[in-house]
Design a protein around this ligand. Sequence first.
Ligand code: PRP
Length: 210
Amino acid sequence: MRPIRIALTKGRLEKKSVELFTQMGLDCSALIDKGRRLVLPVGDYEVVLAKAADVITYVEHGVCDIGIVGKDTIVEHSSDFYEVTDLGIGKCDFALAGPKGKDFFAGYNVKRIATKYPTVARNYFEGKDMDIRIIKIEGSVELAPLLDLADAIVDIVETGTTLKENGLEVIEKIMPISARVIVNMASMKLRKEEIEKFLNDVEVAKEKIK
Ligand code: PRP
């Protein structure tokens, strides 16, 4: 049988995840000094580095048993897996943000919202009974109001620096976000003992890295 495979979100969550694995007593040298390799041995596990949305795809398809991914990606995409643990790392917020000092809600025109998270944005404005037009952007969403492509953005805000440096401010927080452990539904049954061991070790280690 192949080792238990963990899909890990590249970038923002990577450093803290390495801390978590190290705290779990796993040898992370391959993960720290990875070069361009994409499948890495970490202790008895195999770690795959992937973009957040792909972490979900790999876990849903069962090619990875476990995933570490932000709640932002979970709420934006489908959820055909178990969400088992809140790691309390990678904390940030979904927020509606716009040009500083401007009343976003004023006027009757249909507002244009730029976002990487159309589902989240749509649900949020549905809750407010507001008609909006969504413009899907893949990165640096903050540019959209500056170019007058959008009236506001729905995005993740961590330190608030990106907003501040671009003359934008939070209009309303939408929901808090942090990294979660997700598990493939079949793996949870078929490889129960190994997955439970991993999850127990995570529970102990996560308290030590905060
Ligand atoms: C995210 C988000 C903001 C920024 C917020 O982008 O989209 O742009 O981080 O962080 P801050 O509040 O600490 O400034 P990310 O860096 O993940 O890159 P992306 O724009 O390519 O998605």
